[in-house]
Write a protein that binds this ligand. Sequence first.
Ligand SMILES: Nc1nc2[nH]cnc2c(=O)[nH]1
Length: 452
Amino acid sequence: MASTKVTLGNDNIRPLSMQQRTVGFFGIFSIWVAANFVITTILTGMLFLPDISFIDALKVIFLGSALGAIPIALMGRIGTNTGLPTMVITRAAFGQKGSLLPAIANTVILVGWSWIQAYMAGLSFDYAVNYLTGYSNVNLFTILTQAVVVLITIYGIRGIDHAQRYISTAMLILSFMVFYKLFTAYDVHSLIQLKLSENPETTFIIAFDIVIATAFSWMSSVSDYNRSAKSENSGMVATYIAYVLASMVAFGLGSAVGGFSLALGMEQTYDPVVLLAQHGFGLVAAIVVFLSVVSTNAMALYSANMSLLNVFPKGSFWKNALILGVITIMGALLKERLMTHFFDFVLFIATLYIPIFAIVLADYYIVKKRRYDAEDIALDQKGLYRYTKGFHPAAYAAYVLGAAFALYFTYISPLAIGSTVLTFFVSGILYIGLTKVMTSSGINQSKGEKTA
Ligand SMILES: Nc1nc2[nH]cnc2c(=O)[nH]1
């Protein structure tokens, strides 16, 4: 009889062989539905109202997600082509050593997402249970949520792939039930005709930048999953459709719940549990929130682990997952302290990630013309990506200029057309230009470029 023993994950950063790239359209679709359908996205949707109208929020959400999903799908395709995780792929543009800094930053940021999300799931569950039974213990529900996450993640990509198939389907069905209940329990006109703020902080364009920034928050994770996709094209299409769908549902749910709570004169909330508990639907809403966090935090923990393996390739996957998992459980107990600078956290991530991934996409699709040596990126035997002492000067120079551009036009002198899309193109073009100039003047010492 075949052995059915289930082993802990031993995932590593070497390129996956073709036989290991086994996840089909539905598997990739489920992963990307599960990703951005999460309580932090719901919260973001809430924060748009009443600064912009519900209808404008829907427009911004659709436009930002439809545009933001393009770089995600393109980045995922590099993962499918090379079989490499995301932060390992950044070695090709930034250099073998140059990729270590972004990888460490990414690990820290993903732990940050886990903390916020686990705490928010703990709050929702506590509210529902308290409403039904009178029992309350936010710490317990937060710890339980993140413990389930750790349990799924220590089985590696297999654990995530299996869990997401069930969770995404359940979440989509349950969230449509929640939408139905919301729109039948409350008056839609009150949402559409909601009185807007007189001094809005979030304009249409800032909301657009935040939706794009959210998409870029996923760039550092996408190839960790899409490296397992069977085909480049179906992986890209599945990623694109799933990301846009999940974003519409999650941001849209947040805007609807936030808008209804304002229209009813309640304290504004992002949490569907608070609104629907009075209609006997609180537990269903709490299950949606819980599942949304379990599935997304499993991805955050998995990607934090893959980033760490980019820095310490000999580490054990499941032991690292366990250690990082304990850190994510403990940090989530910081509770309200995590929430005070949420939008700043998202915009900071955008200024950090947009230049990095503009450079990576420009490197793969334009400078190296889709020819990466995956073995050498991972194992560095031929030295094709060592550049100057392990760092690629053109990438670092373009990064510094791109990040300065993003910081200036996000915080000091915000542009009427937003800064995210411009930062993306400015960073990519700078990288291409600097690579040409530095290579022809001999500054870019890379066997890869000499032989390309
Ligand atoms: N990469 C990443 N992006 C996010 N955007 C919202 N939540 C997350 C998360 O957990 N990880």
